[in-house]
Design a binder for this molecule. Sequence first.
Ligand code: AMP
Ligand code: MG
Length: 351
Amino acid sequence: MVTKVQKVNPEDFSKEELKEACDILKNGGLVAFPTETVYGLGGDALNPFAASKIYKAKGRPSDNPLIVHIADMEDLYKVADGITENGLKLAKTFWPGPLTLIFKKKEIVPSSVTGGLLTVAVRMPAHAVARELIRQSGVYIAAPSANISGRPSPVRAEHVIEDLDGRIDMVIDGGSAGIGIESSIVDVSGADPVILRPGYITKAMLEKVAESVYTDPVIESRVIRKDIAAKAPGMKYRHYAPKGELVIVEGDIQKVTAKINMLAEEKEKKGCKTAVIATNETKDKYKCSIVKSIGSRKHEASIAAGLYDILREMDYLGAQYIYSESFDNDILGGAVMNRMIKAAAYHIVQA
Ligand code: AMP
Ligand code: MG
């Protein structure tokens, strides 16, 4: 299969430019497209064959359900059942936007899309191209992140091509995805909302709309919790990982720099390709031959946006060992560290 790349300017595009992509979706094919979080790999959510193609293209375990993307509020009632008061309030407040909500599913949603679960994950993206694609094709789009399973999520069309060239029908290249980390996932199928994956929409933001918001204990854990099952099945897999071994070093920043310099020197002396993930503020403090900045500590959104780019860059550089500072600060820190810790397979060192 030849994967077509279609360039589209999200600020200025015509319906005509998305026609071929819409035809592919209507006919059960796969189209990767930009959203405001990361690039998604889309197929018709009500067509079980399209869903099975998504799993195959990504090499994704079939018990890891897909998020159904909709363009308008009335679509929610077509796929979700028993919509709770909190669910509706959160949807009305944060949609379109980077929030995925879990509801009881309607019969028409194939169980292959929900990984056999009786619930369905729904999101209304804010990205102009994503919304037009859903509206114009007339299909709800099941879309996980458009990467090979286990790899860092794609934030540019080039990342999608790297992973999925020849495996999908089309990639719509709309430039960089804005936020750079996946949507927050909140289970609203019960009375009280439960955060299953942290993201740009934080607990504090949710609490302004709904009382008693809980966080699934698995995502707050800094060690592998074999005693409790992850409620978002995807959270149990090793994820977002670069090919090299990633270690996170935590603590007072001066001690962190010293510790990373020591660890990196040990590996470089052994002749191993070693890299450091730093910030604009600290990058000059390292002696390692490869030092990359993820973003600025003064603009934490830049750290979220830089995360997957830098993890992929580590692969281009052939880094065998990667030492990273911790970014557990402010508002987005929880969401960034949730991904970093999984990418590091829970390998955290105290400085
Ligand atoms: P991705 O789009 O690749 O970020 O993956 C979608 C995420 O949504 C995975 O972590 C899934 O486990 C999660 N998810 C999808 N549907 C459900 C559901 N019905 N219940 C809980 N988590 C879900
Ligand atoms: Mg993913």
